[in-house]
Write a protein that binds this ligand. Structure first.
Ligand code: C5P
Length: 249
């Protein structure tokens, strides 16, 4: 992919406490990054104003609130996500097909009503903080971790979701099961020039993640903690463009 393509596929995690910090980052990076992830931390503190602030600065928003509730409640939340004008949001695939379908239907009808684009809806499969032992002993899932991830990814696809959030090591199996046009967004990215992986264990470089088939990569601390976040973003964009991988979606 070209650098311009990479700019559309790099998602910056706005993992900061204050709206003013988020705004400063968006202003500084919006020439390099077009998609900004707002998660629990910023949304719990600042609410929908955080979404509006990023949008006013021309950024697209991935609202990472991982909805997981009864279908009616998730449908209501999906409508509000559409009303906020988010580009992308996510739900837990383990909420089941009825819940995921309710989210898709509610988002579609609200987008139609508002005459706004339908957001991209992604499923969260198995949190990367869980390992196979916890899956088996605590959650009584007898499947292997990889099979459970691909099972939930397929369930998400069959329920009308556009794609999933997945760790770099899951990309290949999900691609095989869910096809080329299924969106895969990958966190756990660590550029090759960073030695500290923080709390991320199963990491990949930007270039590796793209080569493996990620459509979007989410990067937080390697940019947020850099002395020069813009220079860090530039290096990540160049790494993403390293292999000549064409855009799928
Ligand atoms: O700072 P870092 O690049 O590790 O940030 C990764 C971002 O992706 C964080 O916002 C984190 O919540 C999110 N994430 C993750 N691993 C997952 C799912 C989401 O790190 N499996």
């Amino acid at each position: 992919m070209t650098i311009e393509d990479a700019k559309k596929r790099l998602c910056l995690a706005l993992d900061v406490d204050r709206l003013s910090d988020a705004v400063r980052l968006v202003e500084r990076l919006r020439d390099r990054v077009t998609l900004f992830k707002i998660g629990f931390q910023l949304f719990t503190k600042e609410g929908p104003e955080a979404v509006q602030a990023v949008r006013r600065l021309g950024g697209r928003v991935f609202l990472d609130l991982k909805y997981h509730d009864i279908p009616n409640t998730v449908a209501s939340a999906a409508r509000e996500a559409v009303n906020m004008g988010v580009y992308m949001f996510n739900v837990h695939a383990s909420g089941g097909s009825e819940m995921m379908r309710a989210a898709v239907e509610a988002a579609a009808s609200q987008s139609q009503k508002n005459n706004t684009p339908m957001p991209v809806i992604l499923g969260v499969t198995v949190l990367t903080s869980l390992n196979y032992k916890m899956l088996e002993e605590e959650l009584c899932v007898s499947n292997t971790l990889s099979n459970h991830v691909t099972h939930l990814a397929k369930l998400a696809k069959d329920s009308g979701l556009d794609g999933v959030v997945a760790s770099p090591r899951e990309i290949t199996a999900i691609r095989e099961r869910c096809g080329r046009s299924f969106t895969i967004l990958t966190p756990g990215i660590r550029p090759p020039w960073i030695n500290d992986t923080d709390d991320q264990k199963r990491t990949a470089t930007p270039a590796e993640a793209i080569r493996l088939g990620a459509d979007y990569i989410v990067v937080g601390r390697p940019i947020l903690k850099a002395d020069d976040p813009a220079a860090a973003a530039d290096k990540i964009l160049r790494d993403m463009a390293y292999y000549n991988v064409p855009l799928r979606i």
